[in-house]
Design a protein. Structure first.
Length: 662
């Protein structure tokens, strides 16, 4: 049996899904976190699965989320729908419910967030609600795992008995009623043959839904008859067709709520949110506060907590390497193998691993930002600024995710409803410096700017963003002329971050990083070690400069010479960065073989290198994500070349200007 979990954004779908299936999907206090549908087996029920669908407010086919959810319901025909609604906001949430009810699929209403409703003195008569809507209603609190068992039981029962929603007529006799009935009558046969529920098809047709109209494939005289009926209705009730449908649904909802809902007093959470928002989204305070918060996060991550832990870990790894070194020497192991283990694996992978705490700390703070609901405010506050470069506040989400990793960031652009905004955002996310680059920055900053770690780190991030903005401006004036779609997003109440979801995100990031360190980076390190140890005849070289790697690097080095980074070792490090950014550090460590970074870079070259790595092509994984989302290999290749060109140019300018100053 398959259940679809449908509901508004931020209504608690993923929280419920996690409890029902025991899985650990990402929950965020932010509308639009779930883009893909996720499927999981329901605990304690045989052969029973539930699908977490993206949150939507209506069944129109305009944004990707709406299309994913709608197509799932229409094409997969699940055995049951679990419609989860935020009971603190019941009127608006029921709007979707009414549309789902017309789909004629067995359905249960899960009244979520009942804890908040009760805490604020509200109550909902669930029996009466169930009677008026003609579907079972179960009050739950997803975060507290209350009522979830009962919900599963009722859902399974309803699906087994194939109990379809009993109510699908939402208006009293009148022009709207007449219109829906006659349209229903005309399209009935067509709807049946294209497997659409007649009611659903009729209302959607009246609302001018292009997909439904196409599926129905009506004859011209039917179309004329329908158009005539609709115009008649518009004249009779004095509303246009869309307004008439919305009006019908809201009137019905109003009646239901009057009968069943005792309104909670203005919730404490909401009042608190409004008070906090006066500062955090205030006209003059919003941006300074945002700046301060980001500053604090960077300072704590790169100067205090993360850095401290990283130093500790680096010491541990060092100790381990020395012990292994002594052990291998004592055992008299073959010097080449010895070198592989110490100079290859320990130096390369170890050098990358020590940055784990910094990355985890950064994610700790970012997940708190998201979980409290502040991230949604950032989108809101940034909307005005982003509009100037032809983007809307919606685009801030992929960009912020991009600070973690470009792959999910590019995927999350699916929440953007206009194709233009989406493409522009995809092209810009790689300029948001991803967390895999942190080891590179860390290594260089420790060598050149040990006293101003956080400051230089911030400068790098900001610089990446600025270059992104300039590129957006240019693209906006040329290839992407046009206006971003208006930005509408509901600001969720501030919530205390849940420890579980914060820890979970940290663990996921740590796991991901460790996995990469011991797979891609490990292999890359060994390959680099191999190439730098042997020459073309597979003899062990005494001087690195005779190695295979030097021969390869020498090809690229001349291109980088104007940037002051024309050494073959730097060139190879940059190439390995295309596989994974962390391996830039691993490669440099292996090639330096314990020598100081300053032996390879002057301050000026170091800065030029940082700028280049900040801006040059994203890694393979990110490029393939871009290719998938843009649906074109050519465009993805264009991105790689374009970004590398931008990086080259900017690094050149920086290097030449520094030449005048330093
Ligand atoms: P989705 O967007 O529908 O998938 O919603 P999520 O599952 O990501 O949850 C959105 C927010 O609502 C998170 O901050 C949850 O912790 C919170 N939340 C979910 N269920 C409840 C509930 O029953 N009570 C309260 N107070 N908060 C909840
Ligand atoms: Mg979700």
């Amino acid at each position: 049996m398959i259940f679809a979990l449908a509901g508004n954004q931020n209504s608690g779908k993923t929280t419920l899904f996690n409890h029902m299936t025991g899985s650990n999907q990402h929950v965020g206090n932010f509308p639009g976190v779930t883009v893909d549908q996720k499927i999981g087996a329901v605990i304690g029920q045989k052969d029973c699965e539930v699908v977490d669908l993206p949150g939507i407010y209506s069944l129109r086919p305009y944004s990707d989320e709406e299309i994913v959810t709608r197509n799932f319901l229409l094409n997969e025909r699940p055995d049951g729908i679990i419609n989860i609604i935020d009971a603190t906001n019941i009127e608006r949430n029921l709007y979707l419910t009414l549309q789902l009810m017309t789909m004629q699929i067995p359905m249960v209403l899960a009244l979520n967030m009942m804890d908040e409703v009760r805490a604020n003195g509200g109550s909902i008569d669930t029996d009466k609600l169930s009677e008026q809507l003609g579907i079972p209603v179960v009050p739950i609190s997803a975060v507290k795992n209350e009522g979830v068992q009962e919900l599963v039981r009722v859902a399974v029962q309803t699906a087994q008995r194939r109990e379809k929603p009993k109510v699908y007529d939402f208006c009293p006799a009148g022009p709207v009623h007449r219109c829906i009935h006659s349209v229903c009558h005309i399209i009935e046969d067509h709807a049946q043959s294209s497997r659409l529920p007649a009611r659903f098809a009729a209302t959607k047709f009246i609302e001018g839904d292009p997909i439904v109209s196409e599926l129905l494939d009506l004859h011209q005289n039917d179309l004329d008859a329908i158009e005539h009926t609709i115009v008649q209705m518009e004249n009779d009730c004095g509303l246009d067709r869309n307004a008439a449908m919305a009006d019908m649904r809201y009137n019905f909802i109003e009646g239901v709520c009057r009968a069943c809902v005792v309104k909670a007093r203005e919730s404490r959470e909401h009042l608190r949110s409004v008070a906090i928002d006066r500062v955090l989204t205030g006209k003059y305070t919003a941006l300074p506060v945002f700046g301060l918060i980001m500053l604090a996060i960077f300072f704590l991550t790169f100067n205090v907590i993360g850095q401290g832990l990283s130093d500790l870990l680096a010491m541990g790894i060092d100790g381990l390497a020395r012990a292994a070194d002594r052990g291998l020497t004592a055992y008299g192991i073959n010097p080449v193998v010895h070198s592989l283990i110490i100079d290859g694996v320990f130096t390369g992978v170890g050098g990358v691993l020590s940055f784990l705490p910094i990355i985890v700390t950064l994610f700790f703070f970012l997940s708190i930002l998201e979980d409290t609901g502040y991230m949604a405010r950032i989108a809101f506050v940034m909307d005005k600024l982003l509009r100037r470069i032809g983007l809307s506040g919606r685009s801030i989400v992929p960009m912020l995710i991009g600070f973690g990793c470009t792959v999910p960031a590019v995927m999350s652009t699916r929440t953007l409803s206009s194709e233009r905004d989406r493409k522009l955002t995809i092209l810009l996310t790689p300029f948001m410096s991803c967390s895999a680059k942190i080891p590179i920055y860390g290594l260089f900053i420790a060598a050149f700017f040990a006293r101003h770690k956080a400051l230089v780190m911030i400068a790098l991030y900001v610089f990446g963003i600025l270059v992104g903005i300039v590129c957006a401006k240019l693209l906006n004036g040329t290839a992407f002329r046009g206006n971003p779609v208006p930005f509408v997003m509901e600001l969720p109440n501030y919530r205390f971050p849940s420890l579980r979801s914060v820890l979970q995100l940290m663990w996921e990031k740590a796991k991901d990083f460790l996995q990469r360190a011991f797979t891609i980076i490990f292999v890359a390190t060994i390959v680099i070690w191999f190439l730098q140890t042997f020459d073309t005849r597979l003899n062990v070289v005494s001087d690195q400069a005779d190695s295979l790697l030097a021969a390869i690097g020498a090809w690229i080095a001349p291109v980088l010479r104007p940037l002051g980074i024309g050494d073959w070792r730097i060139a190879t490090a940059l190439i390995s960065g295309f596989i994974a950014k962390e391996s830039v550090v691993a490669t440099l460590q292996v090639l330096l073989g314990g020598a100081a970074l300053t032996s390879l870079f002057s301050l000026r070259a170091g800065i030029s290198f940082l700028v280049f790595t900040l801006l040059y092509t994203p890694c393979v994984a990110a490029v393939s994500a871009v290719r998938r989302e843009l649906g074109s290999g050519l465009k993805a290749a264009g991105l790689v070349l374009g970004q590398t060109a931008v990086a080259w140019l900017v690094a050149l300018i920086v290097y030449q200007i520094l030449g005048l100053v330093l």
